[in-house]
Design a protein around this ligand. Structure first.
Ligand code: ARG
Length: 467
């Protein structure tokens, strides 16, 4: 400890840090969240140092016991965090030296805060990714189950938010599920690159002590030590990858949210969300607002912001570590918290969606959703598709004038447009006939939806087995 500055690095300094600068550069108020991983990393480092003979076994044990006690102090809320001690790393190291004396000062042998912090964040991200994966899996499970239950439920499918063709609600839910399946793969892919160990890179060039990085990597559950010390202390790609995974996931959740919000409105009236996911209005007693999906939709913005913040943080940074990197934590922490909470909200809410089947069915019946089916029927009877399109267009115009859906017209009325039309046309003009006819892989036929739900369940199980 320097006389002039009272700091562990103050030897070469002749005056203390300006009080404002100390506050401005300190990160302890937010990076204390890494305490558990910091202690985990330090225990592994001390264990390795003893294994290669840099520390004695007694020194190692004193360090490990001291760190374990500190962990308890932190968990019980007794630990006194100090801003003058800058960050989580120096707070814990100073406390260790308080507790065990000079041996505490040996912990930092062959290490720097640069490789230490990079290791801590990776350990933290790995833990958080595993929690997020549990929620994502729970959401996918619930979605697949609901899709299977609603494989026969007919609703309008939309393009341009205009009724296009009938689909099944199960098919729609499995479309959401596909988005999440890709997000899941992206998350696991990101985890692979998170799980690489910077420790041993020291400040930037490596260390002169005879360290064994394979030992530390194994103790910490990393797949391998990072290849290059300069890269390892400065790389934050993994944080950018995570927030880009998070941004795409939230973009998907915002699309689902938007549909949930629309569907709960009186204008659509497709679903009910249980009261526990909604709130009322302080002025309009009749209101029940879909706050949970609205908030998820809104939170998408902050996650995109974090991705931009991290990309910009890393832009043009010269090798190796720069203090800029201290700014990685707050966006990353908030992205992690937001993703976890949004997934939890969705995993709880999706299985509780109550489809209003009659209302969905009625909506699909309006808007000439089987017009394409009539065209396909004519094509099967030998009419060229473009001519069939024209014939059906005229039928729809007639339907608009007479306020009749195609299936409500009599055979005589339909024959005005083409005398090829026979009694069997009504099989394709019903909503049930329309969805059942799309009977191929990826189609909306109820049997296809059931088969797709089964495949989705198997794919999810395979992914869980692989991780
Ligand atoms: N608080 C710092 C961070 O989060 C720890 C590493 C500081 N290293 C240094 N040489 N100043 O990035």
């Amino acid at each position: 400890m320097s006389q002039a500055t009272n700091q562990s690095w103050g030897g070469r300094f002749s005056e203390p840090t300006d009080a404002f600068v100390a506050r401005f550069t300190a990160s302890v108020n937010f990076d204390q969240r890494l305490a558990r991983q910091d202690i985990q990393g330090s225990i592994a480092h001390a264990t390795m140092l003893a294994r290669v003979g840099v520390l004695t076994e007694e020194e190692r044990d004193a360090i490990i016991n001291g760190l374990t006690e500190i962990q308890g102090e932190i968990e019980r809320g007794e630990f006194q965090w100090s801003v003058p001690l800058e960050d989580v790393h120096m707070n814990i190291e100073a406390r260790l030296t308080d507790k065990i004396g000079i041996t505490g000062k040996k912990l930092h042998t062959g290490r720097s805060r640069n490789d230490q912090v990079a290791t801590d964040i990776r350990l933290f991200m790995r833990d958080e990714i595993d929690v997020i994966e549990v929620e994502l899996t729970r959401l996918r499970d619930g979605m697949i189950e609901l899709a299977e239950r609603e494989a026969d439920t007919i609703m309008p499918g939309f393009t341009h938010l205009q009724t296009a063709q009938p689909v099944t609600f199960g098919h729609h839910l499995l479309a959401w599920q596909e988005m999440l399946a890709r997000d899941h793969e992206r998350l696991l892919d990101c985890r692979k690159r998170v799980n690489v160990m910077p420790l041993g890179s020291a400040a930037l060039a490596g260390t002169t002590y005879p360290i064994d990085r394979h030992v530390t990597a194994e103790l910490l559950g990393f797949d391998r030590p990072a290849e290059n010390s300069l890269d390892a202390v400065s790389d934050r790609d993994f944080a950018i990858e995570f927030t880009s995974f998070a941004s795409i996931l939230l973009m998907h959740l915002s699309r689902m949210s938007e549909e949930l919000v629309l569907w709960t409105s009186a204008q659509f009236n497709f679903i009910d969300l249980p009261d526990r996911f909604c709130t009322g209005s302080s002025i309009m007693p009749q209101k029940k607002n879909p706050d949970v999906p609205e908030l998820v939709r809104g939170k998408t913005g902050r996650v995109y912001g974090h991705l931009m913040a991290l990309l910009t943080l890393m832009k043009s940074q010269p090798l190796a570590y720069n203090k800029d990197n201290q700014e990685d934590k707050e966006p990353l922490f908030d992205a992690v918290d937001t993703v976890r909470d949004c997934l939890k909200a969705f995993a709880d809410m999706v299985p509780a969606i109550e489809p209003k089947k009659e209302s969905m069915y009625e909506a699909a019946r309006r808007g000439f959703s089987t017009a394409t089916d009539l065209a396909d029927y004519l094509v099967r009877k030998g009419v060229a598709f473009r001519d069939a399109h024209e014939i059906v267009g005229l039928s729809v115009a007639y339907g608009l004038k007479t306020k009749k859906d195609l299936s409500e017209m009599s055979l005589e009325e339909l024959k005005q447009f083409s005398d090829i039309i026979e009694q069997d046309v009504f099989e394709v003009l019903t909503l049930e006939g329309s969805v059942a006819a799309r009977n191929h892989i990826g189609g909306t036929a109820p049997d296809q939806v059931r088969a797709a739900a089964n495949r989705a369940r198997e794919a999810l199980a395979a992914l869980k087995g692989a991780s």
